[in-house]
Design a protein around this ligand. Sequence first.
Ligand SMILES: [Mg+2]
Length: 350
Amino acid sequence: MALSLIHEVLRLALRDPFRIARSGQDAGRAITTVVVELRDDRYPGFVGIGEGFPDRFYGETADTVAAVLPLLLAAIGEPEMTAAGLAVASEAMARAIAHHGAAKCAIDIALHDLAGKIADQPVHRLLGLSAEIPPTDFTLGIDEPAVVAERARRAARFPALKIKLGGSDDLATLRAVREVFDGPIRVDANTGWTRDGAVAILPELERNGVELVEQPFPRHAIRDLAWLQERTSLPIVADESAVTIDDLEGLVGAVAGVNVKLAKCGGVGPAARMLARAHELDFRTFLGCMEETSVGIAASAAVASLADWVDLDGNLLMAADPFDGLELDDQCRWRLGDSPGLGLRRREIG
Ligand SMILES: [Mg+2]
């Protein structure tokens, strides 16, 4: 067999506690992600790195990722190491098993990194995509309003902030951040609101310069999303309701935007296709991430030219990113340079 894969489960501390509306009580101090290394014996000396962040909400854990990786590897066989060949590999993974977006994502990213290195091209160029991408926002988790405001003050260099709501002090949190940050604020309730709660806070969102509202209601509450979208000019953006490209048609007419993430939809190729399809359907597009290292973020940045808004900050939330090579420019855009593949190196520890 041409391809061989090893995986490693990384447990990484976060810089600040990071809670969202659907976090457990003790969640938010560290994350678990899965990093893979892929080799192809047709191209000795090259190693592709990938990452799949398993989210229990979508039915994945580090164990399910580890269990599914061999099956996915067998399904793709010996792919041609070109953009077209990797698209075929991605389809083979989709046919092999439903769901398991993070496991597919880990292999898909590693394939793109490897193919880029073999072709001596950065991943965005391998895919024929532009290096001109929107700046990333910076995300603040749920906490006491004064604590969130202090973190907002520290994040003043970012052109926009995303704040997690759906806790007990949403309005106080929004006002506290507004007092210290002048730019656009994006809010994400992570399924944590009811119709009544959303309508009550809506005028305050509009008054306080909120730019978009992400996933106010539960994943399958599409009619509720449509109901809220009818009541506001703010874009309602589906995240938990928009997992893969197959979810897009069902959201037409319900929400103005969708949040695409590599770890939900299965990697670089599926994300590029989902973003393109979302534009065809007239959605505004948000490219998001999980709490991923620079591997997941660099892979996402490679397709970010296809998105209207970018939220790629998972690696910035970590106390120590195990990879380096990815940098923000002075306008908070990830630099897509000329280094082959994702252009990352494993950081020496100690
Ligand atoms: Mg979200």
